[in-house]
Design a binder for this molecule. Structure first.
Ligand SMILES: [Zn+2]
Length: 407
């Protein structure tokens, strides 16, 4: 079996870890920041070393294409992102870019014959750390977001994404965008960002799709009164009601499928003063599962929740929702076949996190490959995947690209 180069992968991981090095094992590399531009320069340099030139599109997405033997065929693309969250790790996103580079480098240096062009790609602003929303540029290219609105997105300092884009020097031609005409399939390798592969001692995650989700706001309405002068039986405490509602929801949601995950991560309490009984609380409920039927049951539980807890009225509102995205079955099978061919252990799974690949899936055959995350940590500095684990994932991508090339 063909294999990529472990030392070269290690070298790339170490080199890219220096761009935005926060000094304690992780990075802060916001999209289009100086640190991210350094990562882009390194990408261009390394691709040029194997004879591959890089172009960009109007969202500064980068495309480095190795020509195949048949000039008119569409390209096979491997893509991920090189930006991070604040104090993120050295693997989220960038490992997919390193994978794309490594596969191109392997095919170029080993002179592996291939008919289709093969493209290593970087998506701009996947994390949305400075400029919301996340997956901004794939959203624009795939028709999910309006470009003008995205250009107006402001950082906390008041700079627009459009200004940052212009200053980056990486704005290219809209004609260079990823399209189903010029590209036949996209693969994205990513760290799992969860504990399952490691816990089950599986080396490769064969990703079948991205789970659907709903996000609700639950609100409780009470009465503000003096914290010292209002005896307990006279109170309408909106925070107590919110706690009761949350306990109720947990008890009911736990009766559903064990793969369901749900989270309350945000809570607003009014007036949020320690001497005042709260009169209003608003909290989030994010629930995710691959089966739309389970999500329907979640919604049913929310809608059937008692209208009153602890003498306070309770209301709910859907904030947003997304359907489960199913990746291309043929590609998923090819990934499975490639993992099996190397003798790697694998697990079929859904991604609980969002990725650029989920938007690209609307445009062309797309799938993802996961590698294990140590202790399941991600979006934090301890994020870690060993170079051996990376190599296995990258080999699976290499093999899958070469299988797609036969079509
Ligand atoms: Zn990512």
């Amino acid at each position: 079996m063909l294999t990529c180069n472990k030392e070269r992968i290690q070298n790339k991981i170490e080199t890219f870890s220096t761009f935005g090095d926060a000094g304690h094992g992780g990075i802060t590399r916001f999209s289009l920041s100086e640190e991210a531009l350094n990562a882009r320069t390194e990408f261009v340099k390394r691709m040029r070393e194997v004879g591959v030139e890089t172009v960009t599109d109007d969202m500064a997405n980068m495309y480095a294409t190795l020509h195949g033997t048949e000039a008119n065929l569409p390209s096979i693309v491997m893509a991920s992102h090189c930006d991070s969250v604040r104090n993120g790790g050295n693997y989220d996103g960038i490992l997919g870019v390193i994978t794309a580079m490594e596969v191109v480098e392997t095919i170029a240096t080993e002179k592996i014959p291939h008919r289709h062009p093969i493209t290593a790609m970087i998506w701009t602003n996947e994390e949305g750390s400075l400029y919301a929303p996340a997956m901004m540029s794939s959203g624009v290219v795939c028709g999910k977001f309006e470009k003008a609105k995205m250009l107006a997105s402001k950082s906390p300092e008041g700079k627009t994404f459009g200004e940052a884009l212009k200053q980056s020097g990486y704005v290219g031609d809209e004609a260079n965008r990823l399209t189903p005409k010029d590209y036949m399939a996209m693969l994205e390798l990513h760290i799992e960002q969860g504990p399952v592969l490691e816990a089950e001692k599986k080396q490769i995650g064969v990703v079948e799709g991205v789970v659907g989700m709903v996000n609700y706001r639950i609100r409780t309405y009470g009465q503000s009164d003096h914290a010292g002068t209002t005896p307990m039986p006279y109170r309408k405490d909106a925070l107590l009601a919110a706690a009761s509602a949350l306990k109720y929801l947990h008890a009911e949601l736990d009766k559903l499928d064990s793969d369901l995950v749900y989270t309350t991560g945000e809570i607003l309490c009014h007036p949020c003063v320690h001497t005042v009984i709260p009169d209003f609380v608003d909290f989030s409920l994010d629930a995710r599962h691959q089966n739309p039927e389970v999500i329907k049951q979640v919604v049913k539980i929310i809608k059937n929740m008692p209208k009153e807890f602890d003498k306070c009225e309770v209301k709910y509102e859907e904030a947003w929702a997304r359907s489960t995205i199913e990746f291309n079955e043929e590609l998923v099978s090819l990934v499975q076949k490639s993992a099996d061919a190397y003798g790697y252990t694998s697990k079929r799974m859904y991604s609980g996190a969002g990725h650029d690949a989920q938007y690209v899936a609307n445009l062309m055959p797309t799938t993802m490959i996961f590698v294990p995350s140590k202790d399941g940590h991600s979006h934090c500095e301890p994020e870690f995947t060993s170079v051996d684990e990376c190599l296995r994932g990258i080999n699976v991508v290499l093999q899958t690209v070469l299988e797609i090339d036969k079509n």
